[in-house]
Design a protein. Structure first.
Length: 158
């Protein structure tokens, strides 16, 4: 199975019904913002207390973790697999390459909900926090993504 084979509405419905505090980050969140990027990757930032909730919910779609919840918490990340990888970060905070720390709790409070279908939505970071998540790595593609997100932020200003 490839990421493009996922029934996205059902996938996001399962995520929503899990009640796990999970943010879709990365390029898939950019696509939901309407930005012209391509990816098949799903990257999530999950509250550390909700690993079991997310794992149980995605097991119903036959996505299974590559390690135990305690190992995932210790590592700060893990993968849910079923032919494709769903990368899950569970750090309570992360620091950008510019030295700015973003706490999950703060990003969660500022999150945006993107409605994908009636009654189905996914949480993504606020635009400013989305930019910060891209500053964690500052790879060449991250810099291009930051520029796109900053352009979107400029267009949103009244």
């Amino acid at each position: 199975m490839h990421a493009t084979d996922i029934d996205e509405i059902e996938f996001y419905r399962v995520l929503q019904e899990s009640h796990a505090r999970v943010l879709l980050i990365g390029r898939m969140a950019m696509i939901l913002r309407g930005l012209p990027v391509a990816t098949n990757d799903y990257d999530f930032w999950l509250h550390a207390d909700d690993v079991e909730k997310l794992n149980a919910a995605l097991a119903s779609l036959e996505h299974y973790p590559n390690c135990s919840p305690s190992d995932a918490r210790q590592r700060g990340r893990y993968v849910l697999e079923n032919g494709e990888h769903l990368d899950v970060m569970i750090a309570r905070a992360a620091t950008t390459q510019l030295g700015e720390t973003l706490r999950f709790e703060d990003a969660w409070l500022r999150r945006e909900q993107i409605e994908l279908a009636p009654g189905v939505a996914i949480a993504i970071p606020s635009l400013e926090d989305h930019i910060r998540t891209k500053q964690w790595g500052l790879r060449a593609k991250d810099i291009g993504d930051i520029q796109l997100l900053q352009t979107l932020a400029t267009e949103r200003k009244p």
